[in-house]
Write a protein that binds this ligand. Structure first.
Ligand SMILES: Cc1cc2nc3c(=O)[nH]c(=O)nc-3n(C[C@H](O)[C@H](O)[C@H](O)COP(=O)(O)OP(=O)(O)OC[C@H]3O[C@@H](n4cnc5c(N)ncnc54)[C@H](O)[C@@H]3O)c2cc1C
Length: 345
C-alpha cells in the first residue's frame, strides 16, 4: 500500500482548491480497502473516502487524517427474469467512471440511466447525493449498495429502500455521513427504448432537433449536447457543477412569492411542495456571469448555478462568494439557498 504524505487536496477536487491531507492512498479492491482502514486505525487517524472529487469543497485547513480514493473497478451484467422480461442487473465497482458506465450500458441498448450521461465522478459516489439529471435519479434504478461499515467492521449490503434517498440526498450524506465506504453498486436496467414524456428541457431539445426515434443512444446524445452547451468542462474550468440545490418550498409559500414575482418558475414536488430553480433566482438578482475579480470566483455565463474558480487562492474566497449570492437571493426572495457539494472535512 502506497501512502502519500501531505497530499495537495487541490488535486482531489474539480474545484481545484483546498489544503493538505496528512495522508492519502488509492484502493483498487476490498482487501486494499481493509488494509488502508487498519493502517488508519493503528495510527488513530480519521478516514474520508472519495471518488473523483467532483462534488467536494476541501477546507483550506486540510485534513489531518487518511483520504482513501476509491479505484475499485468491476463490471458485470446478470440477465434476470425470462427472455420477454429483458431485465438486467448490472454490478459496478465503486471506482468505475460513471459516464463510462452509462456509455457502456447505452451502447448495449439498455435503458434506465441514459439521462444521467456526462455526470462527472465515480459510480460509487452516485448514491451519496442520489445523483439526478433530466428526469432520472440513481434511486430509480439502484437495487443495492455494497459497503464497508466502519461502525461494525463488516461488509454489508444496503437495499435501495434503506438508503434514505431524497432529492440530492441519502443517509450516506446525512445521518450516516462517513460511516459507509461504498465498494459496489447494483442497478437494474432494461433492454429497450425509453418512453416519453421526457423531462421538459430534454423534450424541448428533442422536438427542436427533430428527434423522433427515442433510443437510449439518442437520449444520451441529446443530454450530452444540452449539458455541453450549458456546463463548463471541469478539466478546463474548475467547478463542482451546481453549487446550490434547487430550493423546495411549501405551495403556500410559493403562492406568496408569486404575488411579487408572477413569472417565478416551479416544478411540482409532491406533498404540497414546489421546487424552484435556483438558477432563476440567481439570474433574477443579476448574478449570472457575475465575476469577483479580486476573489477569483464567478458564476458561469450559461448557468449561474455553477460557481467557477477563476484563480482563487483559497476555498474561503469561494465560500465568501457563495455567501454573497445566498445573501442577495435571501434578501429578495426570503429563500435560503443550500450548498450542494460537500464541504470537507
Ligand atoms: C460539471 C459538473 C456537472 C455535474 N452535474 C451533476 C448532475 O447533473 N447531477 C448530480 O447529481 N450531480 C452532478 N455533479 C456532481 C458530481 O458529479 C456528483 O455528485 C458525483 O456523483 C460525484 O462523484 P465523485 O466520484 O467525484 O465523488 P466525490 O466528489 O469524490 O465525493 C462526493 C461525496 O461522496 C463521498 N463518496 C465518494 N465516493 C464514495 C464511496 N465510494 N463511498 C462512500 N462515500 C463516497 C465523498 O466522501 C463525498 O462526501 C456535477 C459535477 C460537475 C463538476
Amino acid at each position: 500500500m502506497e501512502i502519500l504524505q501531505n497530499a495537495n487536496l487541490e488535486d482531489y477536487s474539480t474545484m481545484r482548491l483546498g489544503g493538505l491531507a496528512a495522508y492519502l492512498t488509492n484502493v483498487a479492491d476490498r482487501e486494499q480497502l481493509k488494509e488502508a482502514i487498519t493502517w488508519a486505525k493503528q495510527h488513530r487517524l480519521p478516514v474520508i473516502m472519495i471518488g473523483q472529487g467532483s462534488n467536494i469543497i476541501w477546507k483550506d485547513s486540510g485534513f489531518d487524517g487518511l483520504v482513501i480514493c476509491n479505484r475499485i473497478l468491476y463490471y458485470q451484467e446478470e440477465p434476470i427474469g425470462d427472455k420477454a422480461d429483458k431485465t438486467v442487473l448490472v454490478k459496478i465497482g465503486a471506482g468505475e467512471n460513471w459516464d463510462k458506465v452509462v456509455e457502456r450500458t447505452v451502447s448495449r441498448g439498455m435503458s434506465g440511466i441514459e439521462s444521467l450521461s456526462l455526470i462527472p465522478g465515480t459510480a460509487g459516489a452516485t448514491p451519496v447525493q442520489n445523483v439526478g439529471a433530466y428526469g432520472q435519479e440513481i434511486r430509480d434504478t439502484l437495487v443495492s449498495v455494497e459497503a464497508y461499515d466502519n461502525q461494525t467492521g463488516d461488509f454489508v449490503i444496503i437495499n435501495q429502500e434503506d438508503c434514505g434517498f431524497g432529492y440530492r440526498t441519502s443517509r450516506f450524506k446525512t445521518v450516516d455521513r462517513g460511516r459507509f465506504y461504498i465498494t459496489m453498486i447494483t442497478i437494474q436496467l432494461r433492454y429497450g427504448n425509453p418512453k416519453p414524456p421526457f423531462y421538459p428541457a430534454l423534450q424541448n431539445f428533442l422536438a427542436d432537433s427533430g428527434i423522433v426515434n427515442f433510443t437510449p443512444q439518442t437520449i444520451r446524445n441529446a443530454v450530452i449536447a444540452i449539458r455541453q452547451a450549458k456546463l463548463p468542462d471541469p478539466v478546463l474550468v474548475p467547478n463542482c457543477g451546481s453549487f446550490f440545490a434547487n430550493p423546495v418550498i411549501e405551495e403556500s409559500e410559493y403562492a406568496r412569492l408569486q404575488v411579487a414575482h408572477p413569472n417565478l418558475p416551479n416544478w411540482p414536488f409532491g406533498d404540497g411542495k414546489m421546487k424552484i430553480p435556483a438558477a432563476w433566482l440567481i439570474e433574477e438578482v443579476g448574478m449570472k456571469d457575475f465575476h469577483d475579480i479580486e476573489m477569483g470566483v464567478a458564476t458561469w455565463v450559461n448557468q449561474p448555478l455553477v460557481l467557477i474558480n477563476r484563480g482563487a487562492k483559497a476555498s474561503q474566497q469561494l465560500l465568501d462568494f457563495r455567501d454573497r449570492i445566498a445573501h442577495v437571493v435571501n434578501l429578495r426572495f426570503s429563500i435560503l439557498l443550500e450548498q450542494e457539494p460537500e464541504l470537507l472535512p
